[in-house]
Design a protein around this ligand. Structure first.
Ligand code: NAD
Ligand code: IPM
Ligand code: MN
Length: 352
């Protein structure tokens, strides 16, 4: 029997609720495929902060360094703690474990209604690959003369040749396994150092992938084109911040944030990778028991792929697709199911 140790970081708001359903699915799929999961549950986040005055313990990275994967629900409780405090450990995990490839598929499941008039599952099937280790998310800057009229804030993005090259190669490899089309979203008409370097590196790499049609697009145009011509996109590679923005758009185009999974991958496998929904802690519906757990469940499928259990991953995706086709829907999709009932529906499809 294969065994994996998985760190569970439920987090805040709807995070614990959606993670609970994801764990039920893992246990069930594990039984079917001979996989045993050993869980290490982390009580970090808002509740931990109330008790200890900080959201994670000191040396928190060491507690998860040796697990096989990390599964996160969502973090953030902005009413009581500034987001940049609650969310810092998440970004630190991504960077410390060199999870440089953030993969965020956006595909509309058959039978779901698109937010875009006249579009269906055939039109919306793309993946955003977000550079996840540097760029605009580097902790690099400061505030001076804070609180005075002369206050200055400096926050400088860092783009390295190594970082850009490896994420573009990851994008090319992904495109090659899909429809062979790569769009790099930058903003080299305004940012003449960083994104012009991205453009040069794309140009250098393109001849190495003759089977991939590569193009570059300014990120503002990409946003517009994703809305008017979503069917023309296959793989989009973007910097950390642009990737963040494009994947909320991807989430809604793919049927809603309640359905959008993501991975934070360390492709060299030197460190654990982390899997999480694209969505946040959704304080507006937290505690109501109506959050859609599908994004978390599909994040489990991405984790299973990474753990080299593709048949198990496939079964999870098929079960989700089947449950949705049969009309299982939480309120965000126009239905009435609770989080637990949606979990039940996926489990029922899994057992069919
Ligand atoms: P959000 O993603 O939490 O919610 C945006 C909207 O989508 C809300 O209306 C919410 O109800 C809805 N939604 C999200 N997930 C849903 C689900 N599973 N089922 C049904 N509806 C769902 O974004 P926000 O409101 O801007 O941020 C809330 C908090 O989450 C903030 O603290 C933010 O910083 C944090 N955040 C965390 C993550 C993360 O943990 N990875 C990601 C994004 C935002
Ligand atoms: C995401 C989130 C995070 C990000 C926040 C919580 C730091 O929005 O995973 O998309 O910006 O990366
Ligand atoms: Mn985001």
């Amino acid at each position: 029997m294969t065994q994996f140790e998985i760190a569970l970081y439920p987090g805040d708001g709807i995070g614990p609720d959606v993670l609970q359903q994801a764990v039920r699915v893992m246990q069930s799929i594990g039984e079917r495929h001979g996989i045993r999961f050993k869980f290490k549950t982390l009580d970090w986040g808002y509740e931990y902060w109330k008790e200890h005055g900080r959201v994670v313990p000191e040396g928190f990275l060491d507690e998860i360094r040796d697990v096989d994967s990390i599964l996160l629900g969502a973090v953030g409780w902005p009413e009581d703690i500034p987001d940049h405090v609650t969310l810092a450990p998440l970004v630190q995990i991504r960077q410390a474990f060199d999870q440089y490839a953030c993969v965020r598929p956006a595909n509309l499941f058959p039978g779901l209604k698109s937010v875009l008039a006249g579009r269906s599952a055939d039109d919306i099937d793309f993946i955003v690959i977000r550079e996840n280790s540097e760029g605009e998310y580097i902790d690099n800057g400061g505030r001076f003369k804070q609180g005075t009229p002369d206050e200055v804030a400096v926050q400088t993005a860092v783009h390295t040749r190594k970082g850009v090259e490896r994420i573009l190669r990851f994008g090319f490899e992904t495109a090659r396994r899909r429809r062979g089309r790569l769009t790099m979203a930058t903003k080299s008409n305004a940012q003449k150092y960083s994104y012009v370097m991205w453009d040069s590196i794309l140009e250098e790499l393109t001849p190495e992938y003759p089977d991939v049609e590569a193009e570059r697009m300014h990120c503002d145009a990409a946003v517009m084109n994703l809305v008017r011509w979503p069917d023309q996109f296959d793989v989009i590679v973007a910097s950390n911040l642009f990737g963040d923005l494009l994947t909320d758009l991807g989430g809604i185009l793919g049927g809603g944030l309640g359905l959008a999974p993501s991975s934070n991958e360390n492709p060299s496998r030197e460190f654990p990778s982390m899997f999480e929904p694209v969505h946040g802690s959704a304080p507006d519906i937290a505690g109501l028991g109506i959050a859609n757990p599908i994004a978390a469940i599909l994040s489990v499928a991405m984790m299973l792929d990474h753990l080299e259990c593709p048949a198990a991953a496939h079964d999870v995706r098929v079960a989700v697709e089947k449950a949705l086709l049969e009309g299982a829907m939480t309120p965000d999709l126009g239905g009435h199911l609770t989080t637990i009932e949606m979990g039940d529906a996926v489990l029922a499809s899994l057992h069919d």
